[in-house]
Design a protein around this ligand. Structure first.
Ligand code: NCD
Length: 362
């Protein structure tokens, strides 16, 4: 069983702790790791734009003494000639020892992992998940807050389409005593399956309409941009843009030891004149991300055995009901689901449906 990193949900506490601790050790003595991955090759397949994630993966591998191949513009690769994801992955996994992939469709990383002979790391699959951003976030919290539990965490912005938010809640809801304050418009609220996860974990959460209301109680504020590229029309995006802006006045309502995180890029949701406030750690966060990825690459290539929980797979050929699921554009992928409370949950994108239910034609 290969150790793909598709969803941190599948890693145990001790796996996460190991990654956080190793990131800390590398940060302290990077020279001790400068040849740790000598002779190994990372493939970076970016079907969607990226600055931090791609470059932090690349520098992580280079700083470990390894090399990097890949593309960040699929129109320069055979993808533009109509090559399937399956074929691309089969080829690249013959060239590289580990692959980091970002793709606009939900469940694409899981789909790719089925055809790869080397570990696949999900570097973002559409609006679904972004597990290595969460590793970045927990390394940041560990270093900046000194703990991962008993935190009141505010999440603000596009909670519907923000994959970093989904991954972060999924992971942080497993740590004791964490509470979430969800700050968004009604239209951009958190998906139901993430609410279900918080409930299953007995994790307290509240939804509030303004930053002002949320600020005084927060230990952590996780700001996000409105994900313009995931909207059906510009009008819908325009209606949501600029609703939540963290500025000096709102920050002044926060605790003294509050930490403000943001996966970046920022558009207009954080005023630039607060960047120098010591509570704002989003630029530091991007640096922690490189160390988090160094630790992950190293452990994965060393053959770390993550403790995957494997439920029973059900095939339902009527397919997934999420139009953004990878199984619609790569139709050879088996239509796999897991049963949960009378529903079938898509193995790729986590969308729940009734057995036999089909995608509605537009
Ligand atoms: C995030 C992403 O790509 O989901 N960025 C990142 O990886 N640092 C957040 C975003 O694009 O808004």
């Amino acid at each position: 069983m290969l150790n793909h990193i598709i969803d941190l949900e599948l890693l145990s506490f001790s796996d996460l702790q190991e990654i956080v601790q190793l990131a800390g050790k590398i940060m302290k003595n990077p020279e001790n790791y400068s040849e740790a991955c000598k002779g190994k090759i990372l493939g970076t397949l970016f079907y969607e734009p990226s600055t931090r994630t791609k470059m932090s993966f690349q520098t992580a591998m280079l700083r470990l003494g390894g090399s990097v191949i890949g593309f960040d513009n699929p129109s320069n690769s055979s993808v533009s000639k109509g090559e399937s994801l399956k074929d691309t992955i089969k080829i690249v996994s013959g060239y590289a020892d580990i692959i980091a992939m970002r793709h606009p469709l939900e469940g694409s990383a899981k789909g790719a992992s089925k055809y790869s002979s080397v570990p696949i790391i999900n570097a973002g699959d559409g609006g679904h998940l972004h597990p290595t951003q969460t590793l970045t976030d927990i390394v940041t919290l560990h270093n900046e807050k000194g703990r991962l539990n008993h935190l009141t965490i505010g999440l603000c912005g596009d909670l519907k389409n923000g994959r970093t938010v989904h991954s972060l809640i999924k992971t942080m809801s497993h740590f004791e005593g964490n509470k979430f304050v969800l700050i968004s418009t009604k239209e951009l609220g958190i998906p139901k399956y993430i609410k279900d996860i918080m409930q299953e974990q007995n994790c307290e959460y509240v939804e509030v309409p303004t930053l002002q209301e949320a600020m005084p109680q927060l230990d952590v504020l996780y700001m996000t941009r409105i994900q313009r590229e995931r909207f059906a029309s510009m009008e819908e995006y325009e209606a949501q843009k600029g609703v939540f802006v963290l500025d000096r006045e709102k920050l002044s309502l926060g605790k003294e030891d509050l930490k403000v995180l943001h996966p970046l890029p920022r558009v207009d949701e954080i005023a630039e004149n607060i960047d120098d406030d010591p509570r704002c750690v989003y630029f530091k966060q991007a640096i922690y991300g490189m160390y988090a990825r160094m630790a992950l690459i190293l452990l994965t290539l060393q053959g770390a055995k993550y403790s995957y929980s494997r439920g029973k797979i059900i095939i339902d050929n009527s397919g997934c009901v999420n139009p953004k699921c990878i199984t619609h554009t790569e139709p050879y992928m088996p239509k796999e689901f897991k049963e949960k409370g009378g529903y079938l949950v898509c193995e790729y994108c986590d969308t729940a449906k009734k057995p036999g239910e089909k995608l509605k034609e537009k």
